[in-house]
Design a protein around this ligand. Structure first.
Ligand SMILES: NC(=O)CC[C@H](N)C(=O)O
Length: 428
C-alpha cells in the first residue's frame, strides 16, 4: 500500500522534501560576534547548540503530516497519541502524571522550561509519557526552587522532547480531526513513509496501560501538603483509614487525603477486593490512570466487588471504572480535556468551579441505571464530570480536585469524602 503524505500546514515542515542542511558552522551573525574572540572561545562557541541549532527531529502524524522540530531530552524513536494541554504552568506535574502514559503532551503555552524542575513537584516516581512537544524552550532557567534544567531532566529520564514546532497548527489539527497517533524520531535513517506506517499501525485504544504504571506492592503514605502551601488545612489527625487503588495515582491525591485526616494504604491495581475488605478500611479511593477504561475489566470487577461494602471515591480513571461497575459505558472523546481551565458546574453546591482536567474518555450518562446521579457537568461540552450513587455511598469526579497543576476550586470534595466516611462509620 502506498502511503500518501499530505502537505503540512507550517512552511518549516516542508523542508523534509529537501536535503537536510548540515550543522557545520555558525550563521553569519554569529561569526561576526566571535571574530574578536580567541581560538579557544571560538571552539567553545561552536559547540553551543542553542539558539542556533537546526531541526534534527521529525514528528509524523497518522494523518500524513510531517513536522520538523529541534530535539531536546532523549533521542531515538517513539510512538504515542498526541494530546494538547492548555495549562499555563505546571509542566513538571504534567510530565510526572502517570495518566499520560502512551501520550505525547503538546503544551499550548508557547514558553516552557523557564522555571526548570525541582524536588517538590513530582507527581509520581517516573515520567511515563511518550514525549513533550513545545513551541519554545526557554534558554534560561530561573526559579528559587529549581534544581535542574528541563532538558537535562528529560534526558536523565529518557524522555524525548521537541521544540520550535508549530504547536498552534498541530492543536488546530487535533481539535478539527480529533486525537492523532504520531511518531517522534531523531533518527535520520528512518523515512517519513516508514514513520507514517508505524503511526498507523499503533493504537492506544483497547490496551491495559494501568498495570504498567501501578505500584507492585502495597505501601503506606503519610506525607501531607506542606502547611506553608496548604490553603484548606484544619490540622486534622488520622481519623479514617483509606485504601487507595493505584491505577497511576498522583502524589497530590495522597497528600490531600493525608491533609484531610486519612491514614492511607496504597495498593496495586490488581489488589483483590477481598484483601481490601480484610483490611477494614473506612473508605476506598480509585485513582486516576492512563489509557482506555474499557480495556481493564479486571479493575471494573474489583470496583464492583467493593460497591456497597465501603464508601468509595473515584477520580478520573477511578470515576470511569465506577461508571462501568454501576452498569454504564465509557466512550472516547474527540480530543479530550487536558488543562487547568475547564469550567464545571457542581450541581450539588450549585456553583461553577474552574478545574484541572486530563482525560480522553468519558462516562456516557445515558448508559447509567436509575439511581445514579450526574453531580457535575463540564460546561465546555456538557459531558459528565461527576457521579454519585448515594444508595451505595459512591462519589466520583472525572477531573482532578487535587489540581497539581491547576486551580483548587474543587478541593472541598475531599472533605465531602470524609463526611461520607463519617456518616457510614457512625451508622455502623
Ligand atoms: N487522568 C485520568 O485518570 C485519565 C483517565 C483515562 N486514561 C482517560 O484518558 O480518560
Amino acid at each position: 500500500m502506498e502511503l500518501a503524505l499530505k502537505n503540512p500546514i507550517a512552511p518549516t515542515t516542508r523542508s523534509f522534501l529537501k536535503p537536510k542542511p548540515k550543522v557545520k558552522s555558525l550563521r553569519v551573525f554569529n561569526l561576526k560576534c566571535i571574530s574578536s574572540l580567541s581560538s579557544a572561545d571560538v571552539a567553545a562557541a561552536a559547540v553551543v547548540e542553542r539558539p542556533w541549532k537546526t531541526s534534527d527531529a521529525r514528528l509524523v502524524l497518522e494523518d500524513g503530516s510531517v513536522w520538523r522540530a529541534k530535539s531536546f531530552g532523549a533521542r531515538g524513536t517513539q510512538v504515542g497519541e498526541v494530546v494538547f494541554n492548555t495549562s499555563l504552568t505546571g509542566y513538571q506535574e504534567i510530565l510526572t502524571d502517570p495518566s499520560y502514559a502512551g501520550q505525547f503532551v503538546l503544551m499550548t503555552n508557547p514558553h516552557i522550561g523557564n522555571t526548570g524542575v525541582n524536588f517538590d513537584d513530582e507527581e509520581s516516581r517516573q515520567c511515563f509519557l511518550a514525549g513533550l512537544v513545545i513551541r519554545s524552550l526557554s534558554i534560561s532557567t530561573s526559579n528559587w526552587r529549581c534544581t535542574k534544567e528541563l532538558g537535562d531532566y528529560l534526558l536523565e529520564r529518557n524522555i524525548m522532547g521537541i521544540y520550535d514546532v508549530d504547536t498552534r497548527a498541530i492543536t488546530r489539527r487535533l481539535r478539527q480531526d480529533g486525537s492523532l497517533v504520531g511518531v517522534l524520531t531523531t533518527e535520520e535513517s528512518k523515512t517519513d513513509e516508514e514513520l507514517l506506517k508505524m503511526s498507523r499501525s499503533w493504537d492506544i485504544v483497547g490496551i491495559d496501560l494501568i498495570s504498567g504504571v501501578s505500584c507492585t506492592a502495597p505501601y503506606e503514605w503519610a506525607d501531607k501538603t506542606d502547611p506553608e502551601w496548604d490553603f484548606n488545612c484544619e490540622g486534622r489527625g488520622k481519623i479514617y483509614h483509606v485504601i487507595a487503588y493505584d491505577f497511576g495515582i498522583k502524589n497530590n491525591i495522597l497528600r490531600r487525603l493525608a491533609s484531610y485526616g486519612c491514614k492511607i494504604t496504597v495498593v496495586p491495581s490488581n489488589w483483590p477486593a477481598s484483601e481490601t475488605l480484610k483490611m477494614k478500611p473506612d473508605g476506598v479511593l480509585f485513582s486516576n490512570g492512563p489509557g482506555d477504561p474499557s480495556a481493564v475489566p479486571y479493575a471494573v470487577e474489583t470496583v464492583k466487588e467493593l460497591l456497597g461494602k465501603v464508601p468509595v471515591f473515584g477520580i478520573c480513571m477511578g470515576h470511569q471504572l465506577l461508571g462501568q461497575a454501576l452498569g454504564g459505558r465509557t466512550f472516547k472523546m474527540k480530543f479530550g480535556h487536558h488543562g487547568g481551565n475547564h469550567p464545571v458546574r457542581n450541581l450539588l453546591a450549585n456553583r461553577v468551579e474552574i478545574s484541572a482536567q486530563n482525560h480522553n474518555y468519558a462516562v456516557d450518562p445515558a448508559s447509567l441505571p436509575e439511581g445514579v446521579e450526574v453531580t457535575h457537568v463540564n460546561l465546555n461540552d456538557g459531558s459528565c464530570a461527576g457521579l454519585a450513587f448515594p444508595a451505595l455511598n459512591v462519589m466520583s469526579l472525572q477531573y482532578h480536585p487535587e489540581a497539581s497543576p491547576g486551580p483548587h476550586d474543587s478541593d472541598s470534595v475531599f472533605g465531602e469524602f470524609m463526611e461520607l466516611m463519617k456518616k457510614v462509620k457512625q451508622k455502623a
